[in-house]
Design a binder for this molecule. Structure first.
Ligand code: SF4
Ligand code: SF4
Length: 113
């Protein structure tokens, strides 16, 4: 992965529940989210394992939050992850990104840039 703001953070992967439709699973489409890393929420909805635990941390996240992290399924991550704070990697955050970073004692991106 490239060296950007998100690879030095990872806070949002350890702050919020990550839910998505089961049609995004690898068992439903090539390159999808590995089924084993998810738990069912309803018949249609899946959740990334670990994101509703306390403390929250997605099982696909490796590394140390605020230092160096990676998503082990980056190419096949679910849509909420693809859609979250799309310019944060470039240093342009938004409210949800700020909230996640605050939970981990990190300043808003704009304060870093
Ligand atoms: S989107 Fe925000 S909270 Fe998530 S990894 Fe990037 S900088 Fe951190
Ligand atoms: S799937 Fe990847 S990007 Fe999404 S929450 Fe888990 S570690 Fe973060």
């Amino acid at each position: 992965m490239s060296d950007d703001h998100c690879t030095r953070c990872g806070a949002c992967c350890a702050a919020f529940r990550v839910d998505f439709h089961r049609s995004e699973l690898a068992s439903a489409m090539p390159g999808g989210v590995p089924d084993a890393l998810t738990v069912p929420v309803t018949g249609a909805l899946m959740r990334m394992r670990g994101t509703d635990e306390a403390p929250s941390r997605c099982v696909a996240l490796s590394g140390e939050i605020g230092t160096r992290v990676a998503c082990s399924i980056y190419a096949g991550r679910p849509s909420p992850c693809r859609d979250f704070a799309p310019y944060a990697a470039l240093g342009i955050g938004e409210d949800a990104c700020d909230r996640a970073r605050r939970r981990h004692g990190l300043p808003p991106l704009r304060a870093e840039s």
